[in-house]
Design a protein around this ligand. Structure first.
Ligand code: 5GP
Ligand code: ZN
Length: 115
């Protein structure tokens, strides 16, 4: 989609370093990390949100990417959180489906609130 920053990043046009890539998704560091490890998993095809008719194989690739990123960044054994913000109440700021992978610190039992 034109004028979509994550479409542009996922196309490789910015030369972003990918921690994971397959036919359907890429993973790269968040620009403003909220944890020691903060990676975004982004489908190459544009979807607005998780509620945008996302095919099962894309979701499967997103989960595979989460596992691969956790192993690569050394947080697979200590644990990590996966978040997909959807809509304004959830604080979604980029309207291209993405999953946050956060780790390297203990988040406890609370919701991961951002201010
Ligand atoms: P949201 O609030 O939509 O769930 O998360 C969007 C995330 O994308 C934010 O954590 C923000 O820091 C990140 N972000 C926004 N623009 C860029 C960008 O151009 N490059 C990267 N790597 N991350 C971005
Ligand atoms: Zn997009």
């Amino acid at each position: 989609m034109e004028d979509c920053v994550f479409c542009t990043i996922a196309s490789g046009a910015f030369g972003t370093e990918f921690l994971y890539e397959d036919d359907r998704v890429v993973a790269f560091d968040d620009l403003h990390p909220q944890a020691p490890i903060h990676v975004l998993v982004v489908p190459k095809r544009h979807f607005d949100t998780i509620a945008d008719g996302v095919p099962a194989e894309v979701l499967a690739s997103m989960v595979a990417a989460a596992k691969a990123v956790a192993e690569k960044t050394g947080i697979a054994s200590t644990g990590f959180r996966c978040i997909m913000n959807t809509g304004s109440d959830a604080g979604q700021t980029v309207q291209h489906l993405h999953m946050h992978i956060l780790g390297g610190a203990s988040f406890g039992e609370g919701l991961l609130a951002r201010n």
